[in-house]
Design a protein around this ligand. Structure first.
Ligand SMILES: [Zn+2]
Length: 161
């Protein structure tokens, strides 16, 4: 394993933790002595997502994670919590008989997860979910909603003065 700081190949493992879908290793570089963490996971989860318009795309863990992260932006939610929920989703997808899922189903799972994580994140996600029903499109919409929230705040603080 290459050290991300000095790029040497000599690193040692300090700690290994097995999670459901991944293995987390704390490592230390033998040269620069900096520490870093690596995650190993099964990469080829061959799930096809069928979008509302009928088009298909491969399930993309990172994309799904990004949409959750966007919804949780500026909220007291840790990356670890998000990762755990994405892991949970992957476990669920693996347990399905089908290798094809609807984007609608994916959105519902995301909403259920967010409901347990953070109310504001859930509302952000849910309010646009009804219109789009496609996780990929959420990112853009959340940016828009954030703009609206920001404007409202400005208006409120103005009226207080
Ligand atoms: Zn190093």
């Amino acid at each position: 394993m290459q050290c991300p700081y000095c790029l040497t190949e000599d690193t040692k493992v300090l700690e290994t933790r097995e999670n459901d879908n991944s293995t987390r290793r704390r490592r230390e570089c033998l040269k620069c002595e900096k520490r870093f963490t690596t995650y190993e996971r099964v990469e080829s989860l061959d799930i096809t997502v069928i979008k509302k318009n009928g088009s298909k795309e491969s399930f993309d863990r990172e994309k799904f994670k990004r949409s959750l992260l966007k919804a949780c932006e500026k909220r007291p939610v840790t990356l670890e919590v998000i990762d755990k929920n994405v892991d949970k989703l992957e476990t669920k997808l693996r347990s399905l008989n089908s290798t094809e899922i609807n984007s609608k189903f994916l959105g519902q799972i995301a909403m259920r997860a967010l409901k347990n994580i953070d109310n504001v994140a859930y509302i952000r996600f849910a309010s646009i979910y009804k219109e789009f029903e496609d996780v990929g499109d959420y990112e853009k919409e959340i940016i828009k909603i954030k703009g609206v929230i920001k404007n409202e705040r400005t208006t409120n603080s103005n009226t207080k003065k």
